[in-house]
Each structure stands twice: as structure tokens, then as C-alpha cells.
Design a protein around this ligand. Structure first.
Ligand SMILES: [Zn+2]
Length: 73
């Protein structure tokens, strides 16, 4: 497997993911299109293409790079 290199400092990068601290039961997901909400404040997500998100971290400088995996469903 090819080791990914940091585009900032050319060091080794490692895969991971991001979570919101108040929503620690879910991994982040990328949804297609502009965000829009229902009148009660919840985001409209039905029918949108969705992808899992992998975030890679540089071991040396901490640079983060995210990319989509998927699509899901
Ligand atoms: Zn780096």
C-alpha cells in the first residue's frame, strides 16, 4: 500500500475520521448540494447523494485532508 505524503511538508500521513464532540455516536458524512432546512430547523437530507468521509492527518505538521468514500446506500 502506497504511503500518502503531506502536501505541506512531504511527511507520512495517516487515515482517520472527524466527529462532533456532542454527536460522538456518528461519523461525518458528506451530502451533495447546498444545505437547506425545514421550518423547525432540521437539515433536509432525504434524497441527497451521501458519502462517508475519511480524514488524513500528517504525522509531522498536523495538516488534515478529507476525502469522500462511497457512495453510501
Ligand atoms: Zn505535513
Amino acid at each position: 500500500m502506497k504511503t500518502e505524503r503531506c502536501p505541506k511538508c512531504n511527511s507520512e500521513m495517516v487515515d482517520g475520521f472527524l466527529i462532533d464532540r456532542d454527536k460522538a455516536d456518528r461519523v461525518q458524512t458528506w451530502f451533495e448540494g447546498e444545505p437547506s432546512k425545514y421550518w423547525f430547523g432540521m437539515l433536509r437530507l432525504r434524497g441527497r447523494a451521501r458519502f462517508g468521509v475519511v480524514t488524513r492527518r500528517c504525522r509531522r505538521c498536523g495538516f488534515l485532508e478529507s476525502f469522500a468514500t462511497g457512495p453510501e446506500r
